[in-house]
Design a protein around this ligand. Structure first.
Ligand code: UDP
Length: 329
């Protein structure tokens, strides 16, 4: 299991672990998939995340450089390499059967046997037939709470394409506070948000551990109003997989999403989808909040569609294809 090695904080010896200390989309996906693969009896070498918690069946490698990752893979001799770095952390022309989950936007460079998180992401990558496997959730990591508090939640990067402003506008129309949690690397965007929505937005910074799961479980709804512009690199943003949707649903928290990227594929049944650009009036907000599915229904849908067991089985089938020598784009 190869994740891109990302530094954690200012200490050069610290890496974002699996699961992550705070923000970490790819690291949460890998942690949850590993839960399912371990229960299915796999043995796993984890690369690119030194310092990750030790557990039965997992060897955490200290390797972070491509050459060291290569040596560690050859020493472990796995049946299959599951790459989450768009091949960036792998040596060119790896010797082992490889499957590569694409976590970002656009056409992945150096993709080997790609797996996509949504049809929208696959189309944007120019692939027609590569497997689509949804992001997994391990419901036992997310406490379920039926009774909700009176706030809406935005959880993620505080960036334009993640739709934090649109979330604040929805919350204001709903006359509810919006708790915003996540890293704010674009300081101007955060400052403008706080200046423009002073009575609506409560910014709590990056969250991890039980503070994170509690925030999700108690929210009346989670807002995922992703926007198709202002994304990193190319500018255009197709929401690829949206980990936060399955996490919210597993906690019994319904989702209010835009129709960008994967969201219309995954949100029906666990929430409501609104068109990008729609101005929300107080009446719209009231109607949306009044029509959300129940906590019980969204938890059941999450487990039914995206449980770590189900998604691990789908990956095991794809691993077998790669091991048998099949190659796809
Ligand atoms: N997250 C977190 N703490 C924060 C903000 C986000 O743990 O303060 C997690 C969140 O729960 C999710 C991931 O970071 O697991 C964000 O993944 P998502 O796919 O929603 O967004 P992206 O990968 O595009 O940033």
């Amino acid at each position: 299991m190869v994740v891109p090695p990302y530094r954690y904080g200012a200490d050069p010896t610290q890496w974002i672990t699996v699961p992550p200390q705070g923000y970490g989309g790819i690291q949460w996906v890998v942690a949850t998939l590993m839960d399912g693969l371990l229960e299915a009896g796999c043995e796993i070498l984890l690369l690119g995340a030194p310092g990750s918690p030790v557990q039965d069946g997992v060897t955490v490698s200290p390797a972070v450089k491509t050459t060291d990752i290569h040596v560690a893979i050859e020493a472990f001799a796995p049946d299959v390499v599951h790459d989450h770095s768009n091949a960036a952390a792998l040596p060119p022309g790896g010797l082992r059967p490889t499957v590569s989950t694409h976590h970002l936007n656009g056409v992945p460079e150096g993709q080997i046997n790609g797996v996509y998180l949504s049809r929208a992401q696959r189309i944007a990558a120019g692939s027609e037939s590569a497997p689509v496997i949804r992001l997994p959730v391990n419901a036992s990591r997310y406490p379920f709470q039926e009774a909700k508090d009176d706030y809406l939640l935005f959880l993620g990067r505080v960036s334009a394409h993640k739709g934090v402003r649109e979330s604040a506008a929805f919350a204001r129309a709903a006359d509810l506070p919006l708790t915003v949690a996540g890293p704010a690397w674009e300081k101007d965007y955060l400052d403008a948000l706080l200046a423009d929505f002073p009575h609506t937005v409560r910014y709590v910074g990056e969250v991890g551990g039980s503070a994170r799961t509690r925030l999700i479980a108690r929210a009346r709804a989670q807002l995922v109003l992703s926007q198709p512009w202002g994304g990193p690199f190319s500018g255009r943003w197709v929401e690829p997989g949206a980990t936060v949707v399955s996490e919210a649903a597993a906690s019994g928290t319904p989702v209010i999403a835009s129709d960008n990227g994967c969201l219309p594929e995954i949100v029906p049944g666990v929430g409501t989808v609104l068109p990008v650009g729609q101005e929300i009036t107080p009446r719209d907000a009231e109607r949306v909040l009044g029509s959300l599915p129940t906590a019980q229904a969204v938890r059941e849908a999450a487990v039914d569609r995206w449980s770590h067991h189900t998604i691990a089985r789908q990956y095991l089938a794809v691993y077998k294809r790669a091991v048998s020598g099949e190659v796809w784009t």
